[in-house]
Design a protein around this ligand. Structure first.
Ligand code: HEM
Length: 183
């Protein structure tokens, strides 16, 4: 994955737990990269090892770390560094989710080697929809939960994201029911 993903993991750990923990996590992961370069592609393995080591060092489950990372990604990384792109994604949570299937097409203009996730929406109602997530990367189900929760906060729209089906439990792909309060 592009370096900006690992950079965001680093920033989350340092701001919430401090530099020492980050050094410990890198050592545990056996990652000796000093500075991640945003627009350079790194093996996915590095990101997975960092998340696994963060879980070990911080004594928080990897699933919880991925939720926190998803929220951080939306509320800090995306909002602060890619504001215009996030704005173009939609004016409220519902529109943003409906537009999500196309979102990474724009991201790919800046990061041409992007291997993006694929999303689809179904059962679209006024205050809920089903979000379908297709990926070749295993283990990121709760990252999506965190991303959606982050979007709810971004749009000041209290939202829940329930996992209805998981690829790692035999389903064909991950499905989430996202529901929000009309404001
Ligand atoms: C401007 C904001 C965003 C940028 C710049 C961005 C960029 C990226 C990048 C660089 C990756 C790694 C893939 C690679 O390097 O090949 C990625 C993966 C991913 N993104 Fe985004 N993204 C953004 C917003 C979002 C949002 C809002 C969501 C969903 C709500 C999302 C969902 C995901 C998921 C689930 C993955 C994991 C990849 C996979 O399943 O294969 N992203 N994105």
């Amino acid at each position: 994955m592009y370096g900006l993903v690992n950079k965001a993991v680093e920033e989350l750990v340092i701001t919430q737990f401090g530099q020492d923990k980050w050094e410990a996590i890198k050592a545990t992961a056996g990652v000796d990269v000093e500075v991640f370069v945003s627009n350079q592609a790194y093996p996915d393995e590095i990101t997975y090892r960092l998340v696994g080591a963060a879980s070990e060092v911080l004594k928080i489950s990897a699933e919880q770390i991925l939720i926190a990372f998803g929220e951080h990604w939306v509320l800090k990384t995306a909002s602060e560094s890619y504001g215009p792109m996030m704005k173009a994604g939609g004016k409220n949570l519902r529109d943003f989710l409906i537009n999500l299937p196309n979102f990474h097409t724009r991201v790919a203009m800046i990061y041409p080697d992007l291997k993006p996730p694929r999303f689809e929406c179904s059962d679209i109602e006024d205050s809920s929809l089903k979000l379908h997530y297709f990926t070749h990367r295993p283990g990121l189900t709760t990252f999506v939960v965190g991303l959606v929760q982050g979007l709810g906060k971004l749009f000041n729209t209290p939202a829940t994201c329930e996992i209805l089906a998981r690829q790692d439990q035999g389903a064909e792909h991950d499905v989430f029911k996202v529901a929000w309060t009309l404001v």
